[in-house]
Design a protein around this ligand. Sequence first.
Ligand code: ATP
Length: 260
Amino acid sequence: MALLNVDGVKFAYKKKEVLKKMSLEINEGDFMAVLGPNGSGKSTLLKLLSRNLKPDGGSVFYRKEKITSMDTKALARRLAILVQGAVAPPDILVKDMVSYGRYPHQKWWRGNTQEDLKIIAWAMARTKVQQFALRRMGELSGGERQRVFLAMALAQKPEIILLDEPTTYLDIAHQLELLELVRELNKEEGLTVVAVLHDVAQAARYAEKVVLMEQGKIMAMGSPREVINPENLRRLYGVEVEVCWDQQGLPRIFIKGLAR
Ligand SMILES: Nc1ncnc2c1ncn2[C@@H]1O[C@H](COP(=O)(O)OP(=O)(O)OP(=O)(O)O)[C@@H](O)[C@H]1O
């Protein structure tokens, strides 16, 4: 069943048309990666999916309900987004930051319930931020902060998480850890995932569906094997690559240079 349905969505910043009548279905349980060159509209798409922007034409539906008419808290109980370059007040304690993820589940301010505290502890453990619990956001490195933002998003206990370049600021080990964690949550808890990624090999390794975006349109969509090939990557990024798939179905991508 479609969790999110993008139906003929158009969007422009002032006069600059960024999304051109895009249609896309994100099904329950999907792990979808969105790839495309800088400026192709990937972040704009995530902002439209999370109602941070309103379409100029067409609609986005969450389980058949137009997201523009959904209650804000009701949407936040189902959908979490990790935006690019998220900011937090520097003085806030990490544990308090993560606990804000519970806000959409609370009818009025009554402090955290036992259930809230359990979920906050779970989110902090899964993202390995417990050791920073009593530190302030302003005292963390970019990568540490990124993991706290992920913990806050997980504390929302959403059905779907939208991740905009979630591996920025992370070293290679933490990049893999984050993507492994997201895959585990996708497989074990049925969390639907849409992730904008820049690393084609990581997208091919973790996602089950890949959307290639070119100038505000979907150029191709399918399994990693169907869409990650030299022709599509040449057209999308203007680079020559070789793509081989090993016996476990994992890609090896060799970048040969810029296409001439
Ligand atoms: N607030 C804004 N006002 C005006 N133009 C914007 C704004 N945000 C983005 N744009 C423009 O819209 C286009 C799409 O931007 P978007 O951030 O969606 O691209 P992207 O594919 O996520 O790029 P990147 O890979 O660089 O993050 C770009 O040309 C960008 O300059």
